[in-house]
Design a protein around this ligand. Structure first.
Ligand code: SF4
Length: 177
């Protein structure tokens, strides 16, 4: 059973990938994160994701870095706190593109690594995923069963860089993951 996994960063993908494989899914990764700022940071997170794909042996599809579109969609919400309406739009944009890509590649299911972060609202992410994909979206909270801890251990083992902010310019300023 094939699934397209939206990947926010390679380290988060590590424990999620292992879990989905244990569940019997054939997982294809999809890196699509136009929220990441600045461009150097985007390249850095993408490069680590490529390395993780190599280590864990999964195919990786790379999305377009359409940051102008992200800025347009979130305009006026720069001062929203993390977890507010800017984040809901940011989750929705990335999940919508993942749904489209899964359909284009004829992959029946999709989900996201986003819920592995202890800072992310899994209920909100799952609600958005279900609204977009109904039964094609696989609802999970990957931070459960030590998902975040396992990802951190993976990063330490392989000496991978860990960012100290979520991704967008606003989160960089407030320095939150
Ligand atoms: S804080 Fe994270 S989830 Fe929220 S808008 Fe910024 S990058 Fe997206």
């Amino acid at each position: 059973m094939k699934i397209l996994l939206h990947i926010c960063c390679g380290v988060c993908a590590s424990s999620v990938m292992e879990r989905l494989k244990e569940e019997g899914f054939e997982v294809i990764g999809f890196f699509y994160n136009p929220n990441i700022h600045p461009g150097e940071e985007y390249k850095r997170r993408l490069e680590i994701t490529r390395q993780v794909a190599h280590i864990l042996d999964f195919p990786l599809v790379e999305g377009v870095y359409d940051k102008e579109n992200w800025f347009k969609l979130t305009a006026g919400l720069e001062n929203e706190p993390e977890g507010g309406s800017r984040c809901a739009i940011c989750f929705g944009m990335r999940l919508e593109k993942t749904r489209e890509k899964a359909s284009e590649l004829d992959i029946p299911y999709f989900t996201t690594t986003l819920t592995v972060s202890p800072h992310k609202n899994a209920m909100l992410i799952n609600k958005i995923g279900k609204e977009l994909g109904a039964e094609n979206f696989i609802e999970r909270d990957f931070k459960k069963m030590a998902g975040a801890k396992l990802a951190m251990e993976f990063a330490r083992r392989h000496n991978f860089y860990r960012q100290n902010y979520c991704g967008c310019a606003s989160s960089m300023k407030s320095n939150q993951k």
